[in-house]
Ligand binder design. Structure first.
Ligand code: SF4
Length: 448
């Protein structure tokens, strides 16, 4: 068998940017470091693929023993086809050095149907190109496809009780678009094979294509010089606008923040694919201008649905009046509205909370307070180290929300000792988010 030159992933890299393909093959050590969050998304994708197999029961798997032995998968697939199996998982093909696998291949009444499973909630543009390559390779290997479809998560599905696989997934044929791409795919393969043969680094400028359809993993390398050259504008503070904005706020001030997980496959009743599930909050409260700051917090158990216990605790703390201060109110308000929708008995009280939410991010987003050191960002992580350098996420084990979410979602896999360490780190992290808001608020009011 011809050793493969291109795979589906490397073909897609080459379509995004020929330099990305070149770097991936010949200068891989210049890649951006892989982040933990990315790893967890990949892992979630694997589970979805396995779950989707239940839509096509009774199949045989051609999966290779490891990602470097795809030739074994190709041989197994050929054998399964010869043995007339009607459902093959991870069917793999190699046509003239281009390798690809398809999640499920079905033979019904002598005709072949291909299904690619995506952990997304709709059919996205890059899936079509991806499937165009699969269609090209599989058909050229002597398996004519009657149809090719994308199987994806149905975000209208609301889990109640056991997972209902037929409702969890939706299915859409993309055969027409894929067939129309046939000549493009053939031309692109020839071009990319030539590039790999020449081993000449293509000269490509940075641009939008570095982030579309996916962020390239060489942005750190290619964008390094550009970022050093960028110089942002002058410092600017509009005291009057800030003051008018903050004067609307009412004591007690409740500085509040959620952390969430976003399971692709719904884990709890009354939740949908990729719904953000709040599992933790931190709340710093100040009753009057000069009174001391009090802190309360909540963290789910890592096993059961945290939402109801969380909302009961939160509503108890937020009883009465006063402004509820968050950073980027769309996020917190949307989560609260979702809890009101999924647990309607708390809807009235949640509505009262929603009416009191104010957003500390506004002065930074509207550039009433602008320092070049913010680097054109108004995220809490960008503003805090500039305004309050003595408070830093750098000393914490968890330094951003993605890691918090990953650690919480894996909490149940650990021993009680490790769990309690992780819980401590989660509490420290969320507490700093709200303390950061307290200090930034102080900074803003000290400018009055
Ligand atoms: S960062 Fe941009 S220019 Fe550099 S390889 Fe990636 S896509 Fe190409």
């Amino acid at each position: 068998m011809v050793k493969h030159i291109l795979s589906k992933s490397t073909f897609m890299y080459g379509c995004q940017c020929p330099k990305r393909l070149y770097m991936h093959k010949f200068k891989r050590d210049l890649r951006n470091p892989e982040e933990e969050e990315q790893t967890s998304i990949f892992a979630a994708g694997t589970n979805i693929g396995l779950l989707a197999r239940e839509l096509f029961p009774g199949g045989v798997s051609a999966e290779p023993p490891d990602p470097f032995s795809y030739h074994i998968a190709v041989e197994k697939t050929a054998k399964f086809i010869e043995q007339q199996h009607s459902v093959i998982y991870e069917a793999a093909f190699n046509f003239e050095g281009v390798l690809c696998a398809i999640d499920v291949l079905v033979n019904k009444g002598g005709k072949w149907y291909a299904f690619e499973v995506k952990g997304s909630t709709k059919v996205k543009e890059p899936f079509i190109l991806d499937a165009s390559l699969q269609h090209y390779v599989i058909s050229n290997c002597g398996v004519p496809l009657e149809d090719i479809s994308i199987v994806f998560l149905n975000n209208q599905y609301i889990r109640i009780g056991d997972l209902e696989i037929q409702k969890l997934f939706a299915n859409q044929s993309i055969n027409e678009q894929v067939v129309a791409n046939k000549n493009f795919v053939a031309g692109k393969i020839a071009e990319l094979k030539q590039l790999l043969k020449d081993k000449q680094e293509p000269i490509i400028d940075i641009g939008d294509h570095c982030f579309k359809p996916y962020e390239c993993d060489f942005t750190g390398h290619c964008w390094a010089n550009f970022q050093q050259e960028v110089s942002t504008s002058e410092e600017y503070v509009n005291i009057e606008s800030i003051q008018t904005f903050l004067d609307e706020w009412e004591y007690p001030l409740c500085f509040f923040d959620f952390e969430t997980i976003m399971p692709a496959v719904p884990e709890f009743d009354h939740s949908r694919p990729y719904q953000q599930i709040p599992f933790q909050y931190s709340l710093h409260t100040q009753d009057t201008k000069n009174s001391e700051i009090k802190h309360v917090e909540f963290l789910g158990d890592g096993l059961t649905d945290p939402r109801e216990a969380l909302i009961i605790s939160l509503l108890q703390q937020l009883k009465g009046h006063g402004s509820i201060v968050v950073w980027n109110k769309t996020f917190e308000m949307t989560r609260l509205r979702e809890i009101a929708r999924d647990f309607p008995k708390y809807a009235d009280e949640i509505q009262h909370v929603l009416e009191r939410v104010v957003d500390l991010m506004v002065p930074f987003r509207r550039k009433w307070y602008y320092l070049p050191e913010f680097n054109d960002s108004y995220s809490l992580k960008a503003v805090l180290p500039v305004l309050v350098p003595e408070l830093s996420y750098g000393d914490l084990t968890i330094q951003e929300g993605g890691t918090a979410s990953l650690i919480y979602s894996q909490l149940k896999l650990h021993t009680p000792e490790v769990q309690s360490q992780h819980r401590e780190h989660l509490l420290e992290y969320c507490k700093l988010d709200t303390l950061a808001m307290v200090e930034i608020y102080r900074k803003l009011t000290s400018n009055k």
